[in-house]
Ligand binder design. Structure first.
Ligand SMILES: Nc1ncnc2c1ncn2[C@@H]1O[C@H](COP(=O)(O)OP(=O)(O)OP(=O)(O)O)[C@@H](O)[C@H]1O
Length: 277
């Protein structure tokens, strides 16, 4: 424990004995019921974290689970766009209600609260973190089996707030092959250890492209090291997703739910296992 320790972990990410006490999570909205909370994290932006959160929720919805996505990426919210949701979330005396996608996935994002979805959110870190907290304490997540939290990249204010405020049951790390995957996974593993949250495994996105003529897998970013890195941390590789122009097209059209790829079934299995624990 550092000499300056104030025993207030809310603004500090140091691993110290003060943090050893069981985390005090915030109470959810009294009308919410959430069985499992899964954090989806990445080391940097643009590696496909939102896409993974969305496809994972779709995979679980196809298995019959009621899913929600809490878009904790306040300054770069992309979840509503992937699902083609453009409405405004409504609130009543019970709380603020998510908007349902065509498949019935509950979505809450800052873009469903601002007047114009192109307005930038120009807020300081603590205000952003406070908004994410309210997505847990004020939003009605009704009868949700799996709530996926799409985090902003990195290990800043928001991931810290999510891990302290929400009872996260597991973390999925999304990485792309060209990233410094070893360092990024190590950071995620260390953060998970500090926060006492189990890591479910790694999803490698943009792993390869499939040649449209001969079907050969081409490793556009060179050979992947994800298997070695995962083995070093005793983690499973949950999925290796190709670069698929169809996926980009459907994402842009707000039709991600119609994507047929089943690359994330391994990740879905890992989430489902949590229910049986
Ligand atoms: N496997 C893929 N094949 C084709 N396009 C992809 C794939 N994965 C992601 N994309 C596209 O790459 C872009 C970035 O993806 P996404 O928004 O999921 O990344 P992110 O890690 O969440 O980024 P940020 O942290 O900046 O929000 C999107 O336009 C998405 O459609």
């Amino acid at each position: 424990m550092s000499e300056e320790c104030t025993h207030d972990c809310s603004n500090c990410s140091a691993a110290c004995s003060s943090r050893d006490a069981a985390p005090q999570h915030d109470a959810p909205n009294p009308n919410s019921s959430v069985k499992k909370v899964i954090g989806v994290v990445s080391g940097k932006g643009g590696v496909g974290k939102s896409m993974t959160s969305a496809l994972l929720a779709c995979a679980m919805a196809r298995r019959g689970y009621h899913c929600g996505i809490l878009d904790a990426d306040i300054t770069g919210p992309s979840i509503p766009k992937l699902f083609g949701i453009h409405g405004r979330a409504m609130a009543d005396d019970k709380g603020c209600w998510p908007i349902q996608s065509r498949m019935g996935i509950d979505v809450m994002s800052i873009n469903l609260l601002v007047e114009n979805e192109e307005d930038p959110v120009v807020w300081r870190g603590p205000v952003i973190a406070g908004a994410v907290k309210q997505f847990w304490t004020d939003v009605v997540w009704k009868d949700v089996d799996f709530l996926f939290v799409d985090m902003p990249p990195g290990t800043g204010d928001v991931p810290l707030t999510v891990f302290q405020s929400l009872p996260v049951d597991g973390i999925v790390v999304v990485a792309s092959p060209q990233e410094l995957v070893s360092m990024i996974v190590a950071k995620a593993v260390n953060m998970a250890e500090m926060m006492k949250v189990p890591m479910l495994g790694i999803v490698e996105n943009m792993s390869y492209i499939v040649c449209p003529d001969c079907g050969k897998h081409i490793n556009v970013f060179g050979n992947s090291h994800v298997d070695e890195v995962a083995a070093k941390h005793h983690l499973p590789v949950l999925a290796k997703c190709p670069i698929d122009p169809k996926l980009a097209e459907l994402s842009d059209a707000g039709m991600i739910e119609t994507y047929g790829g089943e690359f994330l079934e391994g990740a879905a299995d890992a989430c489902e296992k949590l229910l049986k624990k």
